[in-house]
Design a protein around this ligand. Structure first.
Ligand code: SF4
Ligand code: SF4
Ligand code: FES
Length: 919
């Protein structure tokens, strides 16, 4: 527990938390203590010697001794001097020594202006170079599509390897050589393999690792505009700053949210933005003339008149498809236009069923939904049926941190604080909090798992049901006479031994029986352990939100079934590529029978090609929007730039036709669809203010010469009529505005960047984090916008999760289970437009183990055919050494298209991947 102690700095008393180190305490008091190796998430190792201060025994002590503040716990009555001459000289000498080999290349270094080393050097007063010698130089390496490497800039703080290896579990980045010639890189040039490598650009305090896609359209930090946003590439809902210049997204930075992503993003979230800049993004309104099949470019008026005409035809039957990758506002606008009965969710039937089961359970409050930070603090995780590194990557990083808690607890018994990283690791050695993984295949968390069970889905289900039965019996007044397997007992006992165990699963298995079993287990645990939690990774950023708007069975499978039997006169498809869910030729035939198809979409895809009217949609970076993550956390994102060309938000496209404006009425309508969305007003009321807040960084060049090649005068920047942020470099930075809010002025604004006087890099955040341990969800004014958890806002509803049946349709007994194989760089529909991500997409294969391959007489590389009612795929077979028996893994995108009723048909000779439709 955090208590306060009084420390004396330069003889003045200050109250600080008692569980932090002296460096952290001084930073929280806004003192400019320089440091390099300490990181709030990784703790202290005392490697850089930069944070020295003078410590005194007591009031009588006039001599004092130099201590590293990051390695020194605060204590009651402690006396220190930050400005003692000896401490100042020590720090200045230290940084001067570091700079002997550092190239003085700030003007050409991409880190310049956003560099912790630059800030600390100036802070320490080292402004003149005295060392006349030759600098040590290194060769740089190719590290893949995400990061540049410029080793000569290294100051040897070890943050990179500590982050990559100790924090993320990566093993292909290391430190080589010794003394004054150390090298941080890979044994050989090649792609960095860890899914969090991009964070090195923020973790490294210098310009050794820099964002490679950013360098391809580089802009200095002081010329970038940024806005607070939400990552839209999985259901976790990490917080980001999206940065822009001239209508081009330049890079994504982490935005600290204490409950979700903390200091780190995954590489998909950081680098998947390039679809917004892509050549294939839709910018024009297209209309296809039915007779001539020719395409015309429409203006706004023509588009609305066309849509109005189709909506008002006398025999009009209108259906709409909403999108799990579109905002709540956009989905609600379409819902209003077509009506609830005609609104379909752009997700598969199995998934909608899973989502609605989750919602009902969450409403009943029988499980406690936990955040990523709560998972990091828990002491046991049962992870079932979900390869979270691939489907919700940031979650995997939190689970990895959870396993360290046994060691932290062991160290605590010896009086060692969690931030004393080296000491904690020495004491804990291999002791880990239990992570129990039940999955079809080995995952990247295997190295920290206590149990790595690779089982076919029906075996997973059997085991879960057995664990539930064992717990029921154990809690019963009269234990059952039933006998249980050693494995079920061992897993149950691990959960019972923990103080706050968490059951983690996901919807990516498409297995409703497995989800039911996880929910029931979690409910049972919660009855007896109040601190136990539940977390379910859903498919897309707004999948849960979309499921709240859709009626049961109003999903893509049923929509396709419906248009096949009774084609509507008008189908409005919003941000959903139907061809991801259905075989090409079949779907095209069904769509051909529909009189008018309107597609509202951001980027060219096969569905757009079938449209009679294409309305270009604004991307996440061009709209103010609300998103509901998988914990039911409602979050707000802001546009960083106005929508380009003819692009508009779907809300704006539909506003003329659904009798809703794009403001309060829309939100009121949302609240009428489901009471769960009642809290929406609370997160949108701050949008408008007369007080303009610029998206500029605190230190801005104010250069706005965008049109110098066209005209001598500069055009006025576009106004943002819908928020208190302006699309301009002028105004007041969010940082200051927040400060105003903390005083008398009741203006609440989103913070648009991280900055502190003299601290221009992202490390400025550490001066704003509150003193207490980082386990407090609301520990920072910068991270204070944690979103709103909707399931906490309402009274609980009655609901019983149905018991999972071993012979449920998704659980084939004795047969082969065909399961989806997920990959971080292949799953997401929009991420694949990023060229850097494309380079890391694996070749599609169908995986099975050797036993199964023998059974089917298959050799590695031979093509294998999987068939369903509508569709065949033929892909090379990959023989996996880690896959469970009786399981076949099919790439997720093909799995979606195959739908239900798929089976292994046969094999044919080696060849390229192909997919075809059965007519
Ligand atoms: S590469 Fe960067 S993070 Fe790694 S040791 Fe060098 S300066 Fe520190
Ligand atoms: S974990 Fe998901 S939400 Fe977070 S950065 Fe990665 S893709 Fe985005
Ligand atoms: S920050 Fe204290 S020694 Fe590096």
């Amino acid at each position: 527990m955090t208590n306060k102690v009084t420390i004396f700095i330069e003889d003045l008393p200050y109250q600080v938390a008692n569980d932090i180190n002296l460096l952290q305490a001084c930073l929280s008091l806004k003192l400019d203590i320089p440091y390099f190796c300490w990181h709030p998430a990784m703790g202290s190792v005392g490697a850089c010697r930069q944070c020295a201060v003078m410590q005194y025994q007591d009031e009588e002590d006039t001599r004092g001794r130099l201590v590293m503040s990051c390695m020194t716990p605060v204590s009651e009555g402690m006396r220190i001097s930050f400005s003692h001459e000896k401490a100042e000289i020590f720090r200045a000498t230290n940084i001067e020594a570091m700079m002997t080999n550092h190239p003085h290349d700030c003007p050409v270094c991409e880190e310049g202006g956003d560099c912790h080393l630059q800030d600390m050097t100036l802070l320490t007063g080292h402004i003149t170079r005295r060392y006349p010698g030759t600098k040590r130089t290194h060769n740089n390496q190719y590290l893949g599509p995400f990061l540049n490497h410029e080793m000569n800039r290294c100051i040897g703080c070890y943050r990179c390897v500590r982050f990559y290896r100790d924090y993320c579990g990566g093993n292909d980045l290391n430190v080589f050589s010794s003394k004054n010639n150390i090298f941080f890189g890979r044994a050989e040039p090649g792609n960095l393999e860890n899914e969090f490598s991009g964070n090195l650009a923020e973790v490294c305090p210098t310009g050794v690792f820099t964002d490679k896609p950013f360098s391809q359209h580089y802009i200095r930090k002081w010329d970038l505009q940024s806005a607070p946003s939400i990552c839209t590439h999985c259901s976790v809902g990490c917080n980001t700053y999206v940065t822009e210049r001239g209508g081009i997204i330049r890079k994504i930075n982490n935005r600290y949210n204490a409950a979700i992503n903390g200091h780190f993003l995954c590489d998909r979230g950081r680098f998947a933005y390039q679809h917004v800049n892509h050549d294939n993004k839709l910018t024009q309104i297209w209309s296809r003339a039915q007779q001539s099949q020719t395409t015309h470019i429409f203006d706004n008026e023509q588009a609305h008149s066309q849509l109005s005409q189709w909506l008002n035809e006398t025999d009009a039957q209108v259906l709409g498809i909403g999108s799990a990758r579109s905002s709540l506002e956009n989905n609600a606008a379409l819902h209003k236009l077509v009506g609830g009965n005609n609104f379909y969710a752009g997700i598969a039937n199995n998934e909608l069923k899973q989502l609605q089961l989750l919602t009902k359970t969450y409403e009943s409050k029988q499980v406690a939904l936990v955040s990523l930070s709560q998972i990091e603090q828990s002491d046991a995780v049962l992870l079932v049926g979900e390869d979270v590194t691939q489907t919700a990557p940031r979650l995997a990083l939190s689970i990895r941190q959870m396993t360290k808690n046994a060691g932290i607890a062991q160290a605590a018994k010896l009086g060692i604080k969690p931030w004393q990283d080296e000491a904690v690791r020495n004491i804990s050695q291999d002791s880990k909090s239990p992570l129990i993984i039940i999955n079809t295949d080995e995952t990247k968390l295997a190295d920290v798992a206590k149990y790595n069970l690779k089982l076919a889905p029906n075996k997973q289900l059997e085991l879960l049901i057995e664990i539930e039965a064992y717990l029921t019996s154990k809690y019963a007044l009269t234990p059952s006479a039933e006998t249980f397997s050693d494995l079920a007992i061992a897993i149950a006992e691990e959960l019972l031994a923990a103080n706050n165990p968490v059951v983690v699963t996901g919807t990516h298995s498409f297995d409703i029986a497995l989800l039911s079993a996880c929910l029931r287990l979690s409910i049972l645990l919660r009855k007896h352990k109040n601190n136990s939690g539940f977390y379910c990774a859903t498919s897309s950023i707004n999948a849960l939100g979309l499921s709240l708007l859709a009626q049961p069975d109003h999903d893509i499978d049923n929509l396709i079934h419906s248009i096949k039997s009774t084609p509507p006169t008008l189908l409005i498809i919003m941000e959903t590529d139907l061809y991801r869910y259905c075989a090409n030729e079949k779907l095209s035939k069904y769509l051909d029978n529909i009189k008018h198809i309107v597609v509202i979409e951001q980027i060219m895809n096969d569905t757009v090609k079938m449209a009679d009217l294409v309305l270009p949609a604004a991307s996440f970076a061009e709209q103010h929007s609300s998103w509901l993550n998988n914990e039911g956390r409602l979050q707000r994102a802001y546009a960083v730039m106005p929508a380009s060309d003819m692009r508009q938000t779907p809300v704006q496209w539909l506003a003329q036709h659904n009798a809703l404006d794009d403001g309060q009425n829309l939100y009121r309508y949302m609240q009428t669809i489901t009471p769960l969305l009642q809290p929406i007003m609370q997160i949108v009321t701050t949008d408008k203010s007369d007080f303009p807040v610029a998206r500029q960084p605190m230190r801005s060049s104010a250069r706005t010469a965008f049109f110098a090649n066209i005209d001598v005068k500069e055009y006025a920047p576009k106004r943002d009529k819908k928020s208190n942020l302006t699309f301009t470099m002028e105004g007041v930075a969010g940082f200051r505005q927040q400060t105003l809010d903390n005083s008398q002025h009741k203006i609440t604004t989103p913070v648009t960047g991280v900055w502190s006087p003299k601290w221009n890099s992202n490390q400025a955040l550490n001066k704003d984090l509150k003193q207490s341990s980082f386990q407090d969800e609301a520990d920072s004014s910068l991270g204070a916008d944690l979103g709103l958890k909707i399931f906490d806002q309402l009274n609980s509803q009655e609901f019983t999760v149905p018991a999972a049946q071993i012979d449920s349709p998704s659980q084939p007994l004795n047969n082969l289970s065909i399961c989806p194989q997920h990959h971080i760089y292949s799953n997401d529909e929009l991420a694949i437009y990023s060229s850097s991500i494309q380079q890391l997409r694996p070749e599609p294969v169908i995986s099975l183990n050797q036993q199964q391959a023998n059974h089917l007489s298959l050799k590695s590389g031979e093509n294998i055919i999987i068939s369903s009612d509508d569709y065949n795929i033929s892909l090379p077979c990959f023989i996996s050494k880690t896959l469970a028996d009786k399981v076949v893994l099919v790439p997720f995108t093909e799995f979606l298209r195959l739908g239900t009723n798929m089976h292994v048909a046969t094999k044919h000779s080696a060849g390229n991947a192909e997919g075809e439709c059965n007519d």
